[in-house]
Design a protein around this ligand. Structure first.
Ligand SMILES: Nc1nc2c(ncn2[C@@H]2O[C@H](COP(=O)(O)OP(=O)(O)OP(=O)(O)O)[C@@H](O)[C@H]2O)c(=O)[nH]1
Length: 367
């Protein structure tokens, strides 16, 4: 493959740059689902996958490794487990990219799944850094939008309504970071994919709203677009940051572009996540209804992981977004210990002890 040549640095600036697609979107918007679709339909492209986990449990990596697809090779999945990319770009992301690019079997395409709470802008900007800019280009930023959630106003992006709300009540501020994050995601998008439209009566009004909020010419699509639509956009996003809401808020008159610490007010401290170990359970239905109760009682935004069910060789994958709990058997435990793990994500202030207890209560009940 041509890309492995020219390592002495004589290549022209554009030649041989590996396209990288960034997949972003809120918690549970469907990023992992879209990436599985990409991997399963890669059509011979070698895709390297970078996953920016939120929290300390590599659940998305586990889910993707569980896909059993031959194109989904273990060594092609790299996890960044230090949380928000924008805080760890220099220490974590850039060295990892350099390692990836130094491999003899360089990928044809790189796909990066950001954690549901990271801003895309700092990540895109990292591609303009020396040492990376000549080797990789951002092919496109795909923003997943959870159709039913946004339609229900859970991640409102209507500034006028929000300002009115803030004027009325200064104490409401945990909504602001969510809406800002949402706006920032939309502003950076090359394509917006609305997921879960199968659960909506009519996605038309939401699609129209998103089209109006996005940059001109950005397409808003429903469901699962073909891979050739998702990859190969050729956006060169790292060279186009002004158009993408880069300076939209915080410290926009600060010239020191490399001072990432000045951009920390984007709200990821408003969230927390923790891991609950889950011993084998006997009744999967009791488990999922228990989890639904815990989610409702504690305002949990996202819960995912897997469980061991007595008598079943397969892991029970568990996915909850808001009140909806899905479960399915994804793959055999194999050599892994037969025990479950769940990552719990919510706004800061989760009552960890009570949640852990409530989830363990299931164990006592089911036994
Ligand atoms: N009904 C329906 N469910 C979907 C669709 N897309 C995704 N889901 C479900 O929504 C849940 C979350 O999907 P994921 O792909 O894990 O979302 P994610 O954005 O990767 O989640 P985080 O990484 O936690 O932010 C899973 O249970 C999916 O099966 C869709 O189009 N329709």
């Amino acid at each position: 493959m041509a890309l492995t040549q020219g390592s002495t640095g004589a290549a022209s600036p554009r030649a041989g740059r590996i396209p990288a697609t960034i997949v972003t979107g809120f918690l549970g918007a469907g990023k992992t689902t879209l990436i599985r679709h990409l991997l399963a339909n890669a059509n011979g492209r070698r895709i390297a996958l970078i996953i920016n986990e939120f929290g300390d449990l590599g659940v998305d990596g586990e889910i993707l490794r569980g896909c059993g697809d031959a194109t989904c090779r273990e060594e092609d999945i790299v996890e960044l487990s230090n949380g928000c990319i924008c805080c760890t770009v220099a220490d974590d992301f850039l060295p990892m990219m350099e390692t990836l690019l130094a491999r003899p079997d360089r990928p044809d395409h790189i796909v990066i799944e950001t954690s549901g709470l990271a801003l895309p802008q700092p990540l895109v900007r990292a591609f303009a850094w020396p040492g990376i800019a000549t080797k990789v280009t951002v092919d496109g930023v795909i923003v997943l939008v959870d159709g039913p959630a946004v339609e229900a106003g859970r991640f409102a992006h209507d500034h006028a309504a929000l300002e009115a709300q803030r004027e009325a009540d200064d104490s409401i501020d945990h909504e602001t970071p969510l809406s800002e994050l949402f706006d920032d995601q939309l502003a950076c998008a090359d394509m917006i994919v609305v997921s879960k439209t199968d659960l909506m009566d009519d996605a038309g009004p939401l699609t129209a709203r998103l089209t109006a909020a996005a940059r001109p010419g950005v397409s808003v699509v429903k469901g699962t677009p073909p891979v050739d639509v998702l990859l190969g956009m050729g956006a060169g996003a790292e060279g186009d940051m002004e158009a993408r809401g880069e300076v939209h808020h915080h410290h926009h008159d600060d010239d020191d572009e490399e001072d990432h610490h000045h951009e920390h007010e984007h709200g990821h401290d408003e969230f927390e996540s923790f891991v609950v170990d889950l011993p084998e359970v006997s009744d999967p239905k009791a488990l999922t209804s228990r989890l639904a109760e815990v989610i409702a009682a504690h305002g949990i935004l996202r819960l995912k992981g897997f469980a061991a069910i007595t008598g079943k060789p397969m892991r029970l994958a568990i996915q909850a977004v808001g009140p909806r709990v899905d479960s399915y058997f994804d793959r055999p435990f194999g050599a892994d210990p037969r025990a479950g793990r769940l990552v719990v994500i919510g706004l800061s202030g989760l009552d960890r002890a009570a949640i852990t207890k409530a989830i363990a209560g299931e164990r006592a009940e089911a036994a």
